[in-house]
Design a binder for this molecule. Structure first.
Ligand code: ATP
Length: 750
């Protein structure tokens, strides 16, 4: 329910002016030009009217109090409309709904809903729920009494749709349609995105398949590689051991042979010393010869000595025999002379005597015989000579003995050398034979060792290849290769050819892997995953979009059906009331609304560009079916026939008849879907007294469903109002409001 209107700085209302609508019918009266119509326009303004023309202005500024000689102009104009929402005519949770609009001199507008700044759209949406639509069918300005009659079929249709509260559905349908268009655009976009992605995705898929194949091959190759390496290791180790086993005895044997050869050589060398030995032999022979001669001479010497000894012995025997007759002893003169000399030196006669006695004694034992040397010696001399000879003889015998020892020794040596020469002669021949044998054995062994060396070289090459293979495998397969030593190998005693076959297979696999791109492919996989995710996301998006497009289409279809049904039903209802009011006004006759269709050429594109244009359900249905083809424009025609008159059609009506028909239709519209209030600005101007009465009756019945604000000069109309506001024009050119009684009102109106 409408509570109040507050205007300040709006048109002629310079000061803040407040109108309260406590009554069902409020009349606004006043002289011409006092500002009554400005009130109706204030309503249009605050309800969001965008057409300046319908507010009798050119620019926003025209709506602002322009000032006078006495009162300064305003900077902005402000209109505030207050509704009682205790019965929830608006779908918001407030007991009071305050709609406010401000226009500034720069033409900018502000809208407030319960003091919060909102958009125009919010205001329009809220109002349409309460059947206060944009077409303003419930505000009939001055001179617009027959607005609904003079409108074209399309405008009329819009007014009726508005009155029927269908605008909200149309708005929803339009919005759904815009959403549908947007959704279809999005679908196209997403589809084109998917189309764009598709080849890349296919390419990536191929790559990923390749990567997967490579991965499988890599796994297979790793296993194969490890087995190969392990087998190779086994082979190398086994071969080395075998070589060692064969080589060791051979080298040992060769060493032994070398030693034997050395010995044999030595033997041979010694046998080559036999010349030296022959010399030695000669030397010994000489020595023996000499020793024999020496021995012979010794024998001869001994014989001589023995002869002398025998001769001396014979003499000694004679002397001894002789000595037995001392008397015949002779003393040589010389000895006597010698004795005389000795004694002469002695003074003592006792010593002389003694000496003489000794002398005699010595001569007693002495022989007088001469020796073989012809010398005649005495016995003692002879004996001593013989003793000496004896000694000499013994000496000689010893020498012979010695000589015998030498001779023995020499002949032993001689024998030995002789034997050794003989022996060496034999052993030299033996050594030569042995050496020949050793040499052939050696060359045999060396041959075998050479073979082994070749084998060692071969294994070494295999081992190097194996090591290289490990490295290569590491580079190609990374850590997968490690630990091949732990690989368990069945049947390790296979033919080498099998391993060689394995190696060829390995090479083939390596080449295949390289062809597949040996890399890990992590990046490709990542990109594929991301692209696939994106594609799946788009697919899902597309699905969602199609779903929402489907549901939008369904919604639009439902809305179209609903609009169609409600429109047709609404027209029927309106026609019923219209007929009643018409008959009431004209005491008979016939009037009704008719849905008409005009063909019109128009393209969807131009239609869609102008989003504000609201189209009928039929149009849209038609558009959806025919696309860009010729459009059918649906509208509403009015058929009237007055009682007792032949005339048909609106054109034939008089001014009063038009006014009455229009009022009848307006009231019919308002009865079907009543707006909270209706403003009628001098709609009653053309009525005569009788018709004014009928008009007054209709107003009263209408006020039961909608609050009425009537700008009027009509006395009858004033009489039906509960509250009358008088508006006067002040000296300063601004409008003033006063609450007045009916009598005053009649006076003011005049
Ligand atoms: P009638 O009975 O003849 O229809 P009315 O009471 O409806 O007259 P209005 O048409 O509402 O009178 O008022 C028009 C008056 O408002 C004019 O005098 C006009 O000069 C004045 N007016 C309109 N706009 C402005 C403005 N922006 N500033 C000041 N005065 C204005």
């Amino acid at each position: 329910m409408l509570k109040s209107l507050e205007v300040s700085g709006f048109k002629s209302f310079a000061k803040k002016t407040e109108l309260h609508f406590k009554s069902k019918i409020t009349a606004i009266v006043g002289p011409n030009g006092s500002g009554k119509s400005n009130i109706a326009e204030a309503f249009r303004f605050v309800l969001g009217e965008q057409s300046m023309k319908s507010m009798r202005g050119k620019r926003g500024e025209d709506l602002i109090w322009n000032g006078s000689t006495e009162t300064a102009r305003s900077n902005r104009s402000r209109v505030k409309l207050v509704f009682d929402n205790s019965k929830n005519i608006f779908d918001i949770d407030f007991d009071e709904v305050i709609i406010e609009r401000v226009v500034n001199r720069d033409g900018s507008n502000e809208y407030y809903l319960n003091s919060s700044l909102v958009r125009l759209k919010d205001v329009i949406e809220l109002l349409s729920e309460a059947h206060i639509g944009a077409s303003g069918h419930h505000i009939i300005s001055q001179g617009e009494a027959d607005k609904i009659l003079s409108a074209n079929i399309k405008e009329r249709k819009e007014m009726i749709e508005d009155a029927l509260g269908l605008k909200i559905y149309q708005y929803k349908r339009e919005e759904s349609q815009r959403k549908l268009l947007k959704t279809e655009e999005n679908i196209k976009q997403v589809e084109s995105l998917r189309r764009e992605i598709a080849p890349h995705l296919r390419f990536l898929k191929k790559q990923v398949d390749k990567v997967e194949r490579a991965e499988q091959l890599r796994l297979k190759l790793s296993k194969f590689y490890r087995e190969y390496l392990k087998r190779e290791q086994i082979y190398i180790e086994k071969s080395k051991k075998e070589i060692d086993n064969s080589k060791n005895p051979l080298t040992q044997k060769l060493e032994e042979l070398d030693k034997s050869m050395g010995k044999a050589k030595e033997v041979l060398n010694t046998s080559r010393n036999k010349d030296q030995k022959s010399e030695e032999l000669l030397d010994i022979e000489n020595k023996i010869e000499k020793e024999r001669q020496n021995k012979d001479s010794l024998y001869r010497e001994i014989g001589k000595i023995e002869g002398e000894i025998n001769a001396n012995q014979k003499i000694i025997q004679k002397i001894e025999t002789d000595q037995k007759s001392e008397d015949n002893k002779t003393v040589p003169l010389k000895e006597i002379e010698k004795l005389e000399k000795e004694i002469s030196e002695f003074r003592e006669i006792s010593r002389i005597i003694q000496r003489i006695k000794d002398f005699i004694e010595s001569h007693r034992t002495k022989s007088d015989l001469s020796t073989n040397s012809g010398q005649v010696t005495n016995l003692s001399e002879l004996v001593s000579l013989n003793n000496n000879l004896e000694e000499k003889k013994i000496d000689m015998e010893e020498k012979i003995e010695e000589s015998n020892i030498y001779l023995n020794k020499f002949s032993f040596e001689y024998q030995k050398i002789k034997e050794s020469i003989e022996k060496e002669k034999n052993s030299g021949r033996e050594a030569e034979r042995v050496m020949f044998k050793i040499s052939s054995e050696q060359s045999e062994l060396r041959g075998q060792l050479n073979l082994l060396e070749a084998e060692i070289k071969r294994i070494k090459i295999i081992e190097e290849d194996w090591k290289r293979e490990i490295q290569e495998g590491g580079v190609l397969l990374g850590t997968d290769i490690l630990g091949f030593e732990n690989e368990e190998i069945l049947n390790s005693e296979e033919e080498r050819a099998e391993q060689e076959q394995r190696r060829r297979e390995l090479e083939k696999m390596k080449i295949r892997l390289e062809e597949l791109g040996g890399g890990s492919g992590a990046e490709v996989t990542k990109e594929y995953r991301e692209t696939l995710e994106r594609d799946e996301f788009l697919e899902k998006e597309l699905e969602d979009l199609k779903k929402s497009a489907d549901s939008l289409e369904i919604l639009i279809k439902e809305l179209i059906e609903k609009l169609d049904i409600e429109f047709k039903e609404g027209i029927e209802k309106i026609n019923k009331t219209f007929q009643e009011f018409f008959i009431l006004m004209f005491d008979g006759g016939n009037a009704f609304l008719k849905i008409v269709k005009n063909e019109k050429k128009r393209s969807i594109i131009s239609e869609f560009e102008d989003e504000l244009v609201l189209r009928s359900s039929d149009e849209i249905q038609n558009e959806m079916e025919t696309g860009e083809q010729n459009k059918i424009e649906t509208g509403i025609d009015i058929e009237v026939s007055l009682p007792r008159k032949r005339i048909r059609g609106l054109e034939m009506l008089s001014g009063g008849e038009r006014a009455l028909t229009s009022i009848a239709l307006l009231f019919a519209l308002s009865q079907v879907n009543p707006p909270p209030f209706i403003i009628l600005d001098e709609t009653d101007a053309a009525l005569d007294e009788a018709n004014s009465k009928k008009y007054g009756d209709m107003i009263e019945s209408l006020s039961k469903v909608s609050q009425l604000i009537l700008i009027t000069h009509n006395r009858e109309t004033m009489s039906r109002a509960g509250v009358i506001y008088g508006i006067t024009m002040g000296r300063d050119g601004s409008s003033r409001l006063l609450s007045i009684a009916f009598d005053e009102a009649v006076a003011v109106a005049k």
